[in-house]
Design a protein around this ligand. Structure first.
Ligand code: AMP
Length: 219
């Protein structure tokens, strides 16, 4: 299965992607996680990307496309779930060419739709585990022990780009650069819309229902 998760920052892509990847047994490829891991390990690419990410801007296409191509090459033979890629038209067409070169196709593009003010409310209370990257929310998905990851006991922190001023910039970038992809994939007949305004479990149920229907139609 080859899937893309599309949606504004704060739509819950990361949370849904982690659960979907384990449910369907496919690798979860998050470009944001790849950049954060590269930064943590002191890699030059990570340091460069970090500056851009902190401003709420997008890392240049030339860097992201190369990174994703290398990652997908390493996953040859398996499916994948892309979370946070593509985010621009150039990235979408680069992915199309890559798939064409390999004689492969996308199964679906899941669009998680969420309203603007809800996004700011969600992101400002999001917390991430410094060690394993698990995601929490102070109101909707709080950890059992404050400030500590339920999975590995790691310290929870707030991403620099989850502060309100940067959130607004990320949203503006989403509207300008990523929103056009909705029409692009809709015209190709690959878009599946999911209402992301509901709770995590309800959204998950809707996503699984849509995917199971798709799998049944194709088999
Ligand atoms: P995310 O974890 O998906 O919210 O990504 C965090 C940040 O990483 C984004 O706000 C961008 O600055 C950068 N980033 C992640 N994916 C991409 C991408 N496909 N293209 C450009 N920048 C990206």
């Amino acid at each position: 299965m080859k899937l893309i998760l599309l949606g504004p920052p704060g739509a819950g892509k990361g949370t849904q992607a982690a659960e979907l990847a384990s449910h369907y047994g496919i690798p979860h490829v998050s470009t944001g996680d790849l950049f954060r891991a590269a930064y943590k390990s002191g890699d030059e690419l990570g340091l460069k990307a970090h500056e851009v990410i902190q401003r709420g801007e997008l890392v240049p296409d030339s860097i992201v496309i190369g990174l994703v191509e290398r990652k997908l090459d390493s996953l040859k033979g398996s499916g994948w779930l892309l979370d946070g890629f593509p985010r621009t038209m150039d990235q979408a067409t680069a992915l199309d060419s890559l798939l064409e070169r390999r004689g492969q196709g996308l199964d679906a593009v899941l669009l998680i739709e969420v309203e603007g003010e809800e996004i700011v409310a969600r992101l400002k209370d999001r917390r991430i585990c410094r060690d394993c990257g698990a995601t929490y929310h102070l109101r909707f998905k709080p950890p059992s022990i404050q400030g500590q990851c339920d999975m590995c006991g790691g310290e929870l922190y707030q991403r620099d780009d989850d502060r309100p001023a940067t959130i607004r910039r990320r949203l503006a970038v989403y509207v300008a650069e990523t929103h056009p992809l909705i029409e692009y994939y809709e015209r190709k007949g690959q878009l599946v819309r999911v209402d992301g305004n509901k709770g995590i479990d309800e959204v998950m149920a809707e996503v699984k229902e849509s995917l199971d229907r798709l799998i049944a139609e194709r088999s």
